[in-house]
Design a protein around this ligand. Sequence first.
Ligand code: TXA
Ligand code: MG
Length: 315
Amino acid sequence: MKNIYSNIFSFNKKMLTKTVKSLKQGNIVGLPTETVYGLAGNAYSENAVKKIFRLKKRPKNNPLIIHYLNKEDAIRDVIINENFLKLYKRFCPGPLTFVLKKKINSKIKTLATANLNTVAIRFPSNKIVRSILELIDFPLSMPSANLSSGLSPVNAVDVFEEFKKRLNIIIDGGKSKIGIESTVIDLTEQPKVLRPGIISSSDIKTCLKFKLSKRKTKIRAPGMLRKHYSPGIPVIIGRKPIKSNHAYMVFGQNHKNKKNIFNLSKKGSLKEAASNLYRTMRVIKRAGFKKIYVKKIPNFGIGIAINDRLKRASK
Ligand code: TXA
Ligand code: MG
């Protein structure tokens, strides 16, 4: 076992030093976060950012999220506002990404932000990433650690599956607690959720004390339109499977224990379902099933984020 995964390491002081050194040299490393695993590189280094796009085969018009330890560090690169401060106080560090205006003298490479005058920033709560951020004087560009359009990885072996030995370091931080990507909120105008997540629109509304915008904006991130989160086999929503080599992904009680039935949460918890979503789709694909049928998931709260990912996976 040890042999195949020779680039997966558990985290300790020695690995912290090695990882920091590698990032300072402009290399890309696989890191755990509370949402999903990421591919981290120096956001101030053209070379590092280029490597991330190349590794992921990511289209150049899809900008990266820049990760910071705290708002004091982020202020070097973005223009903050009242809404940001309220949400930061309530939810950070944690699974919330803010789109803000980029400062003219920001050192973030324009490739990382796809030439936009805005930047998406996030403050991860994962202790491993935070301990790394404490030791470097640049922020980390960190997209999910999967090839473009695929499923985000939620453990170190998932990352290995995507990039094999093309990464020198993948840090094993166990299973990502949340299991789906952060909520993305645009704060450059009237706040608007661009990507739903575990922190829901209604959580945000409660914090800001006003309703969020539903405006149809010009496309703020072209990459958001593309087919995404695909397990590599067809995903069909709201219908039951007809063949035994079709998997059925369900939610809640009253489902039989059959070989092709995969329950996202027997107790009917949307939070648990979100954390099992990508994991379960990978398991299904690996087991050789040809299609994934999905029972309808309730469309409120975290269910909105789950349905968003399923809809894109089914395109
Ligand atoms: O949970 C997460 O956010 C994970 C972990 C690793 O932090 N990262 C992640 O990154 O999901 P990525 O690259 O897979 O997704 C970034 C999303 C994309 O949909 C991108 O279009 C959007 O953020 N984005 C980035 N910069 C933006 C900008 N300036 N305006 C609007 N959307 C932006
Ligand atoms: Mg992604």
